[in-house]
Structures are given as C-alpha cells and as structure tokens.
Design a protein around this ligand. Structure first.
Ligand code: UD1
Ligand code: CA
Length: 465
C-alpha cells in the first residue's frame, strides 16, 4: 500500500446548493459527501488527512473529529490554489501528497492508490487524474502534448477550441511537496473568476521544465462532482447502483434494485432476498437467507439468519435467527428479539426483550417489557408503561398466556406458566401457574330483551296506527 498525506479542499461555500448546511455535509447514501472522500483516502493509504475548511468549519469539525484528521482554515474563499496554500505547514512533512476535492464523493480508494503509485513510478512533479467524458461542460480541460500536461484551462476561461477538448480535470492530484508549494506562490488571479486556481501550477511547473503527467481514469462515474441538488441526486443514484451491485456480487438477490435504498455501511448475507421498495440504513446488518418485503425501513439494526420482515419499520434493534415481523409493525429502539420470535401485524414494540419462540401476533403495544420464552400475547394487549411522569417495566415470565385486550399496568410481573384472562386489567403480580381475572363479573338478565321488545313494540301498536 502507498503511504501519503491527503489534503481535501472543502472550504468552498457551495452557494449553488442553496442550503444552510455546508455542501460537503449533505448526504449521499446515508453518509456526508466529505465522509466518502475521507474514507476513500484512508483506504488508499493516507495516514494523515488535512481538510481545508472555511466559514462552516465548526459544523464540519464536529462531525469529523478524528485523531488523524487535521483542519486548516481558509478565511476567505479565494480559489482552490489559495485553499491548498493554507495547508502548506500541515502537508510539508511528506515528500509527496495527494489533493482531493471534498465535493467529489464517487472517487474510489483504488483510483487514488493507483494514482499515487503512478506518480511515484513516473517521478513526476505533478500527476493529474483525468478522464474523457461525453459532456465536459463546467470542468477544467486538459491540454497535453503526449504524456506531458501543458496546462489546465477552466471552462470559463477556455477558447472555443479548448472547449472542444473532452479530457477533463477530475480534481484529484498527486504533487511533489516542495515543487508544488513553490509553484503555488507564483499563481496569480488574472482570470474570469478572479481566483487563485490550483490548476495554474501545471503551467508554472511546465515553465520550469518539470514533469506533469495524466493519470487517466476509465470510469467517468468516479468524477461525478456535486455543486447543486440535481448533481446530489445523480450522485445518490450512481452510488446506490455501486453499493447494490457490490451486494449482488456477494450473493444477495434484489428483485428490483432501482427501487431500493441501501446505505453504504449496510451489510447483507448471501441468499437474502430484498423485495422492491426496501430501505436499509445506518449500520444495519442483515444475515443470510432472509426475506425483506414491502416498504420496510430498517435502520441501525442487526438481523440474524432466516428472518422474514414484511412492510415494517425497525430502528436500533437486534433480531436473532428465524424472527418474523409484520406486516405493518413498528419496532422502536432497544428491542432484542431471540430466536423464532414472531411479531405480527400492527404491533408497536419499544425497549423490550423478547425470549425465544414468544409470539405477539396482532395489534399490541409492548413497551419497556421483559418477556420470557414461549409466551403468547393475545390481540390488543397493552403494556401500560407510562404514568405521565415515568416509564415502568413489565415482566412476563416463560410460557405465560396473556388474553386478548388485557392491560398490564407497570410496574407489574406475570410469573411463569400463568394465564391472564382476556379483558383483564392487571395491576398486581400474578403468581406462577395461576389464572388472573381482573374484569367486571358478567351478569345475565334472562328474558330482559324480550320484555323490552314487548313494551316498545306493543306500545307502538296500541297507538292505533
Ligand atoms: C474544479 C477545478 C476544475 C475541475 C473541477 C472538478 C479549479 C480551479 N478547477 O472546478 O478544473 O474540472 O474542480 O470537479 O481547481 N474550494 C476551497 N476553497 C476555495 C475554493 C474551492 O476549499 O476557495 C474547494 C471546494 O470546497 C470544493 C473544491 O475546492 O470542494 C473545488 O472547488 P469548486 O469551486 O467546486 O471548483 P470547480 O469549479 O468545480
Ligand atoms: Ca466542484
């Protein structure tokens, strides 16, 4: 692996995003744009990362407070060349370093590593990553003579002839440290934007007869930059395709990949089938041989092998092997479901531990519960966990049976093997192997309905109609 310092330029204001959030903090597949660039650099072998930040420094620093990341300030945004100058002290330790633009999330670790290796092998003063694209509008154009790049012309400063060039500057470079900073000190801002362009070092190095080479990329998708919301959506699409294709290569089936949203940290085991419309977010890990169906949204959750989830929401939970959920259930943070648990339709679960083989098949609210094994929770059972001030715990032990439409008023315990009769409101502990009935006793008034009918209907008739 190559070892180098990477300087990431992220001080630009991102005005075209029309946003209160710094551009590089907008997310692509669940992670900030800048995080993609940092990760690619780290995976490529960057042992030190320097990020040039501007007006929104605080928000960026908060998110990326890591040991090997150093921030430098660019007080005024006077261009990419001026931005790199701010990193001179931070980058001067290594003999060469890599520069990446913070708004280019598609770049891969592999491309950065190969560029750094190429730079070293070529003994170049500067290496510029380039690609040939069908629509070069907006990008800097590569003007070259064989292997040597003579200059990079920004779109706004280019002649018609130069605009016809379809080889563009990706915004990724490898530089010889002393040579680039000496060239940078000579860059001027005599251009259409009045900025100090980093790209102008190419012409200056040429004047000094230094070697400037192109490292050409074959996949132009890696060069997709983000300046506005349209490009943000396009990046999401490209990145999503890359993630899902990677998972398919590992043996995951996607029935209609275009309709799914899978964030970049998600892991899925082989032979799992993902139906259309599924959203997998955060650090979710899905096991092998699972089936995820419908508009399910699963976030920061661990799902064991052989689970089946249908049209449900699950957030920060752990599901062991063979768990079945849904359709239409909501598992809120803190649920831990053991093997073969079944949570059926219209069930809300929160901060609850459920033992092996327990079933909560329909229409229940189960909050702050500790449930043992092989329990049956009837339809409509409510765990009454909140008294208006505090949340309380309900404990139900192994093999208990909670009849339909019961309320368990916490704190309360139902001990092992007991029954709670349907419609009960349980306020006291239920001892082992007992039956608790806590509902009004039924009284039958025999013949009452018939008498009433006679009075009403008989009365009507005697009205003389
Ligand atoms: C730049 C390149 C262009 C290349 C394109 C690739 C220059 C002059 N042009 O154009 O050749 O084809 O990227 O996407 O470099 N930034 C700062 N401080 C500043 C200005 C910018 O940190 O003062 C940062 C931005 O946050 C951004 C990056 O540098 O991450 C690129 O700046 P941007 O203004 O987007 O450059 P482009 O016009 O896209
Ligand atoms: Ca840009």
């Amino acid at each position: 692996m190559e070892h180098f310092t990477a300087v990431i330029l992220a001080a630009g204001e991102g005005t075209r995003m029309k946003s209160d959030i710094p551009k590089v903090l907008h997310k692509v597949c669940g992670v900030p744009i800048l995080a993609h660039v940092i990760r690619a650099a780290q995976q490529a072998g960057a042992d030190k990362i320097v990020i040039v930040v501007g007006k929104n420094a605080e928000k960026i620093k908060e998110i990326f407070a890591e040991d090997n990341i150093e921030f430098v300030m660019q007080e005024e945004q006077k261009g990419t060349g001026h931005a790199l100058m701010q990193a001179q002290n931070a980058a001067c330790e290594s003999s060469h370093f890599v520069v990446l633009y913070g708004d280019m999330p598609m770049v891969t670790a592999d491309s950065i590593e190969r560029m750094a290796r190429f730079h070293r092998e070529q003994k170049a003063a500067a290496t510029v990553m380039t690609a040939k694209v069908s629509d070069p509008t907006g990008y800097g154009r590569i003007i070259r003579e064989g292997m040597q790049i003579l200059s990079i012309r920004e779109h706004k400063d280019a002649t018609l002839e130069e605009k016809a060039i379809n080889e563009i500057n990706a915004g990724f470079y490898c530089f010889d440290t002393p040579l680039v900073f000496s060239a940078l000190s000579k860059v001027e801002n005599k251009n259409r934007q009045g900025e100090y362009y980093l790209t102008d070092v190419v012409e200056i190095l040429n004047r000094e007869s230094k070697k400037v080479v192109a490292f050409e990329l074959k996949d132009p998708d890696e060069l997709h930059g983000i300046n506005d919301r349209r490009q943000l959506a396009q990046a999401q699409k490209l990145m999503q395709k890359r993630i899902i294709e990677g998972l398919m290569e590992e043996g995951v089936t996607f029935i209609n990949p275009d309709t799914c949203m899978v964030n970049c940290e998600v892991k899925i085991g082989r032979d799992t089938i993902i139906y259309p419309g599924v959203m997998l977010e955060g650090s979710t890990r899905i096991g092998e041989n699972c089936t995820i169906i419908g508009q399910s949204r699963i976030k920061d959750t661990i799902v064991g092998d052989f689970c089946e989830i249908i049209s449900s929401q699950i957030d920060e939970c752990i599901l062991e092997k063979g768990v079945k959920i849904g359709p239409y259930s909501n598992l809120r943070p803190g649920c831990n479901l053991s093997c073969n648990v079944k949570v059926g339709d219209f069930v809300e679960l929160k901060n609850t531990k459920v033992g092996e083989g327990t079933k909560i098949p329909h229409l229940s609210y189960v909050g702050d519960g500790v449930l043992g094994k092989h329990i049956n929770i009837g339809a409509g059972v409510i765990f009454v966990n909140y008294d208006g001030y505090k949340k309380h715990q309900t404990i139900v032990k192994d093999n208990a049976f909670i009849g339909c439409n019961s309320n368990l008023i916490a704190p309360v315990t139902v001990k092992a093997g007991s029954y709670v009769a349907a419609g009960s409101t349980i306020t006291k502990e239920v001892p082992e192997d007992s039956l608790a009935i806590a509902r009004a006793r039924q009284e039958n008034k025999v013949g009452w309905a018939e008498k009433r009918r006679n009075i009403i209907e008989g009365g009507t008739k005697s009205d003389g109609k």
